[in-house]
Write a protein that binds this ligand. Structure first.
Ligand code: ADP
Ligand code: MG
Length: 396
């Protein structure tokens, strides 16, 4: 996967339009989590040092094409200024006279944030006229927002066709990590897929069985597979109507030589609550009034040994109801095992997904994985093998 990076861009004195992810959480008029801001600092600092005029473009919330005060990006200016240690100017529109005036007032090295791109309907429609109006303020386009790259919007895709386009450092880091995960991975590759439902992850499963050597299925999803194989899963979360689909996936895995690893035992409880009374059973002996809320200790051992044989691991979806202690046990144990193998240099490990990131943070392994993607939807579409328009537009 070849794409242009800042190494290929001559930015000195140029007006550089940088698409960033500033869709940060806000509480009481203050940015309450600066993770996304921290990710884009390297690109902005590099552009500043190279004497570019850095013009930031971003969306914030869902104002649906109208200028809505509640969704103004003005709220992030002070957090951005603090994190960067540089003055950040703000323009009340991302196109038109206000944007043009703010841009023409810039000196080399300055940083300017433009108002929410989604205040204009043309953004989400990828309207060519709107993209042109954005392009009027730049000489070069840099996309540093992988998390928005699954959407073909004017600021994430359209602009790349109007100006020379480059991946920013955060985008580059994400793409390089993902390339190690599925693009050109060191084999054997194992994937862990868990979470609640098969129905939300059908595309994911069919893509993975073509690409990985072993697929570990856990969480509520495993119940549907176990039921399809004739096991009684009691009152467990299970999509019985997807039994045929589950059998088709297992049959396809045989033809693609992808080993499917299902739980052999499970932690069963009688209600869905933290610290609910629980007991471990083999998957042949699940009580008909019980619910499997986590995979059992024997399954954990099996999964760990599959990981020991692998060189690359990708992970989406917790192995159990990790929000409820002690049904987080297998997810935490496997997360720590993956972290250990990664620290030893034996494994490249990539994880992502909303609840998966929360589960890996809960297991305190966030710094030990090779890469954890916080990109949500874009990460999942990448795992599903779908093209990402914002990335394709940067290909060299
Ligand atoms: P992600 O957001 O990372 O893609 P999902 O949303 O697919 O992950 O799955 C996370 C959810 O799956 C969690 O809320 C977790 O409680 C639930 N889950 C996992 N295992 C089970 C289970 N055995 N029974 C019920 N829910 C489960
Ligand atoms: Mg989720």
């Amino acid at each position: 996967m070849a794409f242009r990076t800042l190494d290929n861009a001559d930015v000195q004195s140029k007006r550089v339009l940088v698409r960033v992810d500033l869709n940060v959480p806000v509480a009481d008029g203050q940015v309450s989590d600066v993770t996304r801001i921290e990710r884009i600092l390297p690109t902005i600092q590099e552009l500043h040092k190279k004497g570019a005029k850095t013009i930031l473009l971003a969306h914030f919330g869902r104002p649906k094409g109208e200028a809505v005060a509640e969704f103004s990006l003005k709220v992030v200016v002070s957090a951005l200024h603090k994190a960067l240690g540089l003055k950040v100017a703000f323009a009340e529109d991302c196109i038109g006279e206000k944007a043009a005036a703010a841009v023409s007032a810039m000196q080399d090295g300055d940083v300017l944030l433009l108002e929410n791109t989604r205040f204009h309907k043309g953004e989400e429609k990828n309207d060519p006229e709107f993209a042109k109006a954005l392009a009027a303020n730049g000489d070069i386009y840099v996309n540093d927002a992988f998390s928005a790259a699954h959407r073909a919007h004017a600021s994430t895709e359209g602009l790349a066709h109007l100006l020379p386009g480059f991946a920013g450092r955060a985008m580059q880091g994400e793409l390089e990590a993902l390339e190690k995960g599925l693009g050109a991975p060191v084999r054997p590759v194992v994937a862990i897929v868990g979470g609640a439902k098969v129905s939300t992850k059908l595309d994911l499963l069919s893509n993975l069985i073509e690409k990985v050597d072993a697929l570990v299925i856990g969480g509520g999803m495993a119940n549907t597979f176990l039921a399809a194989l004739g096991h009684d899963v009691g009152k467990s979360l299970c999509e019985h109507d997807l039994a045929d689909t589950a059998r088709a996936i297992m049959a396809k895995a045989e033809t693609t030589k992808c080993a499917i690893i299902l739980p052999v035992d499970a932690v069963v409880a009688w209600h869905f609550a933290a610290d609910a009374p629980h007991q471990t059973y083999g998957v042949d002996a699940i009580p008909s009034d019980g619910m499997m809320l986590d995979v059992g200790a024997q399954s954990v051992e099996r999964i760990a040994s599959v990981i020991d044989d692998a060189s690359t691991l990708i992970w989406n979806g917790p192995l159990g109801a990790f929000e409820l202690h002690p049904f987080d046990a297998s997810t935490v144990a496997i997360a720590r095992h993956v972290a250990e193998r990664t620290r030893l240099g034996k494994l490249v490990s990539v994880g992502g997904g909303g609840d998966t990131v929360a589960a890996l943070n809960h297991a305190k392994v966030a710094d030990d994985f090779t890469y954890i993607s916080t990109a949500g939807g874009a990460f999942l579409e990448w795992m599903e093998g779908k093209p990402l328009p914002g990335v394709d537009a940067l290909k060299a």
